[in-house]
Unconditional design. Sequence first.
Lengths: 244, 219
Amino acid sequence: MFDNLSLFVSTISQGLLLTVEATLGGIVIAIVLSFVFGLAMLSKSRTVRVLARIYVEIWRGTSEVVQLLWIYFALPILIGYRIVPLLAGIVVLGMNFGAYGAEIVRGAVQSVPKAQYEGAIALSLTPAQRMRRVILPQALVEMVPPFNNLFIQLLKGSALLTLITAHEMTYQAREVLIQRHIDQAGLIWTVVLLFYLVLAILITTGMRALERWAARLVGRKPSQRRSLRSMTFAAKSHAPGGGL
Amino acid sequence: MNWDWNFFWDVFPDVVSDGLLITFEATVYGSVIAYLLGLVLALLRRSPVRIVRGVTWAFIEFIRSTPLLVQIFFLFFVLPDIGLKFDPLTTGVIAIGLHYATYAAEVYRAGIEAVPVGQWEAATALSLPRARTWRAVILPQAIPRVLPALGNYTISMLKETPLLLTIGVLDIAGAAFQEGSERFRYLEPITVAGILFLVLSYSASLLVRWLERRVGTVH
């Protein structure tokens, strides 16, 4: 039964690079959009707040699959050419999870105690200094655990790229292996699942390091409770779509 | 720009009539499985037997850290091999329900932990049997407060139903995609699907917010 295991592992790992690229690309875009729109939702200007809210609701409210199909199959009719699958995937992952991330950023900034704002004003820091030197460093510590969950959701979401024929891990299994080894489907899919599990654990490990760093930055000890939970890496209260 | 309003209004009713029912069925049945199985998992996580707790924990983390799409494929290919021949919709619903049961388990766990310890002590003082403590004291307090969080997962499940198109179950998105490939034009049908999802999930979120106000939240 395990005769073909090394073939399965090597074929699936041919899709590993693309999965990693899509995930990392998606994460980078998602982080940027999270901060841009998360802070925009806290803007003094009503117009800016409404625009940010529209972005968040549209990208959270429509299914990720629909977004992917739209960018890859529908958008070409409007713009005249089709974007390559990997790029389409990165854009959708980034835009979609950026919308969830924006809520994380907004929530974390709002959770910074009001006295911190007042203190910064009393020291006559400019609004930009206040944000950069006082509020964001503290908010960052709060953001890391929910972003960890979000990035694991994003990794899982990268499997959808198989729908637009990006040759990532799920595609490799479904289009290359299953056709020839359908009698060993259980083993093939188990290998794929384990690949994703390892990637998820890697993300969590990285985010734990980031959390410790962010905590040190504001002179806090990394909280014991969280490090005890180090093994539970998936979503706590931030489900995929948990907010909407 | 060549948006075709006539085509838009032409496919709108088709997408609704072909896909809406499947989307509903998958979401509702998926939710029922997730809510029930999630409670079972949450209780197993608190089992007095260490190995049961450990295995349940590993199962929950494994399912939550891996893509639902791959789990759908796994069940789709493996269930028939072990003699369980379900139709694709059933297979998909099982996959969605199982996946979200692991999320629901965490929600229940938070809800159970939020019940004050005095309630347990009082139950012990009244020497209620363990089963009765759960049924009559703990769960009636825990479950109402977790309903909004569970509702949010139902919204997530709604948005995951398009995954079933990969095993031939056509929900709203699947129907739209089918419509698009038959007419050689994807723009309007897929936009219709997007609009429908936006409307459905947004109205569902209003419902969840109303529920939140009714019962308060637990995280």
